[in-house]
Design a protein around this ligand. Structure first.
Ligand SMILES: *[C@@H]1O[C@H](CO)[C@@H](O)[C@H](O)[C@H]1NC(C)=O
Ligand SMILES: *[C@@H]1O[C@H](CO)[C@@H](O)[C@H](O)[C@H]1NC(C)=O
Ligand SMILES: *[C@@H]1O[C@H](CO)[C@@H](O)[C@H](O)[C@H]1NC(C)=O
Ligand SMILES: CC(=O)N[C@H]1CO[C@H](CO)[C@@H](O)[C@@H]1O
Ligand SMILES: [Cu+2]
Length: 788
């Protein structure tokens, strides 16, 4: 369905409509002679364009377009080796396409293309993940297919950094598991123990008048590292089907072995009821029917706006009468342009994408024309839970197994992004349908100000010079919001006027819970009747391929330490002060960094051959406000699958092979991780004057409390890391910004003549706020936010 956001050539119509809207003028009430233009409707003085149509010739960083995906599927269905299933949805025992992603060409080829006039663009290739339930033994395979768009070759990817093919027992979670569990396992659960469920909870999984009255379920996978064998087990915990089920977990669960590609072989291997584990249906039935056990008896909460887990507004109105909140306006139109998935914003330029597998990333990030980072992006997100309940204890989510990028969708203007935001589509290959899925508003791009000064100084007094200079922190933000099960992760790339690029992770969404029992006390609070929020650790890994002054870079820390010296003026007296010393990191193992409160330091990356006029290091500084120590013992249980969480930062030599630090198999493969991140640096290669990649871990422990209902607020959980210029510019590069304000006396010798305000040509003309179009867009396409 064409709409203003759709990235196809059909979007011309809505673009015209948009243009019409933009030029509408509104009469001022009561004064027909005076009309004001709609904000942003005047001719854009800097000729910025926002063109979201699919590029005719996609660049090296551009995700696969809808038509490339369509052509690729047709090829994969015909390819005699792959013969991808065309069934909707496919069967587990078929060869089917799990996911398709852009395979960014080798960095050297891309740099040559970007930096050499007339150089040819490297061939575009796709990375295709195929589930081979048809093979014996069944496996997961990853292929590289080329050349896009008219693919004629697919070959198995050969990675040094990861196994391929991968044991079928480690296959990712997405796909068709839940459908099969619903269709085949729960009917059997109801046949066997339906009477226990009915008496305990007043509901079963399959026999109910309306779907919403049936029990819902929360899957949590049990990694092979815990089991110590290559098996695929998942607990399915019963929950009331209420908004939102993860807050309504019950004390019944089944553990299903889904290792086999043949679902008729899937079986319930353990059950959990009222805080006791059972090995078979019969042992639960016997215990229950004999009356020997404590029976649970709970009633389904009422589903209305007062339900503690509902997001419907409740309580006293604030403000008492309707009054609109402040909002973002762009009086003179957009100050950024977008074309072919590339953004230009004042001194900044970057390419962006939303990888199906690893999520949002920006490439070739430049400030004032100079490349700062080749790549900046998410690599993995994980959550490790604790508890006593058999079904919830071992929940160790490694989220790329459920997709990262594909889960960013439907950002809502006015809810997730300012209403002025540009909403960006993404197209992905679907498992269940042959046609690519196009998600509207998978990302949003907007400029606003953070409401605090980027810089300011007031010289109030005459002796100080009497002036004020300052500016708000105006930023351009590229936002993605990944809804992965109960949690929503917001990932922002933020571009400041002083040459700083900031990466931010915030988490919100529903907490996962356990059914309350005293045995859970060490792991959480009883935050609602029958509900305990169990402690867990959120972890995320980012890749920052920083290039400062080219690719020949050094990583140095500036180590700050205490020293005792004789006071310069009074040599008999002592003084305690700090000094710093540069420490060049020569090898990868030397560069492994763990935060230490007693050893403060700066992390600087620079090109030693390109120093400042005064021969000082000229570089960028990596500032991390996101560290969190993983307390799970190394190599224990599932820890190996998140070995990237062992350190706060690791610096490695760039390798095209080391595309990301994790894999989609991470949820199940902890016995034998497909990607072992420690191998990226354990060979201890030299990193002096090399192309460097900074791998940064972000995380926080979360002890849920009552105010996490209905959902966890983002405030207080902003995890950020920044790349800040360090001796890179002779002065703060925001000095050129027209957004600054300068106040001084008209005549320094005659203050009585008053003061003047310098706005650098920025007009103070009024304009009328443009109309919000959310309701109109949803009237046209109700599926834009919620699936029908
Ligand atoms: C795949 O599974 C289906 C049942 O879902 C079965 O009918 C079919 O024979 C199986 N195919 C193969 C090749 O085993
Ligand atoms: C049943 O409840 C009692 C009282 O709370 C407790 O002492 C006992 O351990 C429970 N039995 C089981 C099997 O959980
Ligand atoms: C890594 O290499 C450096 C420089 O050769 C050496 O000093 C250091 O001991 C090595 N580390 C390990 C763990 O081998
Ligand atoms: C570039 C390349 O490897 N092309 C191959 C594509 O596949 C055909 C047929 O399988 C080969 O003949 C080409 O050499
Ligand atoms: Cu949390």
């Amino acid at each position: 369905m064409p709409s203003k956001y759709q990235l196809t050539s059909q979007s011309l119509g809505p673009v015209l409509l948009y243009a019409l809207l933009m030029t509408t003028t509104y009469g001022l009430e009561g004064d027909p002679s005076q009309t004001l233009e709609t904000c942003g409707s005047q001719k854009n003085p800097n000729n910025n364009v926002v063109d979201l149509s699919d590029p005719v010739t996609p660049g090296p960083f551009c995700d696969l377009t809808t038509s490339e995906l369509q052509k690729l599927r047709l090829f994969l269905e015909k390819d005699p080796n792959i013969r991808a299933s065309s069934e909707e949805p496919p069967r587990v025992n078929a060869s089917y396409i799990h996911s398709v992603d852009l395979l960014v060409p080798p960095k050297a080829e891309v740099l040559k293309y970007l930096d050499t006039p007339g150089a040819k663009q490297p061939i575009r290739k796709a990375r295709v993940v195929v589930s081979r339930g048809d093979k014996n033994p069944p496996v997961f395979e990853e292929y590289v297919c080329w050349p896009l768009p008219n693919v004629d070759n697919c070959s198995l990817l050969v990675w040094k950094s990861r196994r391929n093919p991968v044991d079928f027992a480690y296959r990712p979670t997405v796909g068709i598991d839940n459908d099969i569990i619903m269709q085949y396992i729960f009917p059997e659960v109801d046949r066997q123990v339906g009477h226990i469920l009915q008496e305990s909870y007043g509901a079963t999984f399959t026999t109910c008048k309306q779907q919403k009255d049936c029990l819902s379920f929360q899957p949590s996978m049990v990694g092979s590292g815990l089991l110590q064998e290559a098996k695929r087990l998942t607990w399915y915990s019963a929950a009331y089907n209420l908004p939102y089920f993860s807050s309504h977990i019950l004390d019944f669960a089944v553990c299903v072995d889904t290792t086999s590609p043949d679902h008729t072989q899937w079986s319930v291997v353990k059950l959990w009821y009222a805080n006791v584990v059972y090995d078979s249906y019969q042992s639960l039935i016997d215990s229950y029917d004999s009356g020997r056990i404590n029976k649970t008896k709970v009633t389904r909460p009422v589903d209305d706006e007062n339900l503690f887990s509902s997001l419907k507004r409740r309580g006293e109105f604030q403000p008492p009468k309707p009054q609109r909140p402040p909002t973002v306006v762009e009086p003179d139109g957009k100050r950024y342009s977008v074309k072919d998935r590339k953004v230009n914003y004042l001194d900044w330029s970057f390419n962006f994408r939303l990888s199906a597998l690893t999520g949002p990333a920006v490439y070739d990030v430049r400030f004032k024309g100079q490349r700062i980072a080749y790549e900046l992006g998410l690599s993995e997100i994980a959550v490790f839970y604790s508890g006593h309940a058999a079904s919830g204890q071992t929940t160790n989510y490694v989220d790329s197994g459920e997709y990262l990028g594909i889960n960013s969708r439907a950002l809502v203007p006015g809810g997730d992004c300012p209403e002025t935001a540009t909403l960006i589509n993404s197209a992905f290959m679907s498992i269940k349908k042959r046609e690519p899925e196009v998600y509207k508003a998978a990302q949003c791009l907007f400029e606003h100000n953070n409401g605090y000064p980027l810089r300011r100084h007031l010289a109030y007094q005459f002796e100080e010079g009497s002036f004020y200079g300052g500016m708000l922190d105006y930023v351009l933000t590229l936002r993605s919001a990944l809804t992965i099960g109960n949690y929503d992760y917001i990932i922002d790339f933020i571009f400041h006027h002083n040459g700083v690029v900031e990466t931010r992770l915030m988490s919100t969404g529903y907490i996962q819970t356990l059914f309350y029992a005293t045995t859970e006390r060490p792991y959480g609070f009883n935050i609602h009747q029958n509900t305990l929020g169990n402690v867990h650790h959120h972890l995320a890994h980012f890749k920052a391929d920083v290039d400062v002054g080219g690719t020949s870079n050094r990583y140095e820390t500036l180590d700050i330490s205490e020293e005792r010296v004789a006071l310069t003026a009074f040599p008999d007296l002592q003084y305690s002060q700090t000094r710093f010393k540069a420490s060049l990191k020569k090898t990868e193992l030397q560069a492994v960094y763990d935060f230490n409160f007693n050893k403060p330091k700066y992390h600087v990356v620079h090109n030693n051959a390109k120093r400042t006029d005064r021969n000082e290091i000229k570089g960028y500084r990596v500032q991390m406000n996101c560290g969190s120590k993983n307390l799970v013992a190394e190599d224990f249980g599932n820890e190996k699958t998140v070995s990237w969480a062992r350190n706060q930062m690791v610096v490695t030599r760039q390798k095209d092979d080391e595309i990301s630090s994790s894999s989609i198999y991470g949820m199940h493969d902890s016995l034998q991780p497909t990607v072992d991140f420690t191998t990226f640096y354990s060979d201890n290669e030299t990193i002096v004057d090399q192309d460097l990649v900074f791998w940064i871990t972000a995380g926080l422990h979360h002890i849920p409390h009552t105010e996490d209902f209905p959902v966890t607020p983002t405030v207080g959980n902003h995890l950020t890391f920044l790349l800040l210029p360090f001796n890179y510019f002779p002065e703060c590069p925001s000095m050129g910004s027209r957004d600054a304000i300068y106040v001084e006396h008209k005549d320094p010798d005659h203050h009585e003549l008053g003061v003047k305000v310098e706005r650098n040509g920025n007009s103070r003309e009024q304009c009328v706020m443009p109309r919000s179009t959310l309701e109109e867009d949803l009237a046209k396409d109700p599926n834009q936010i919620l699936q029908s």
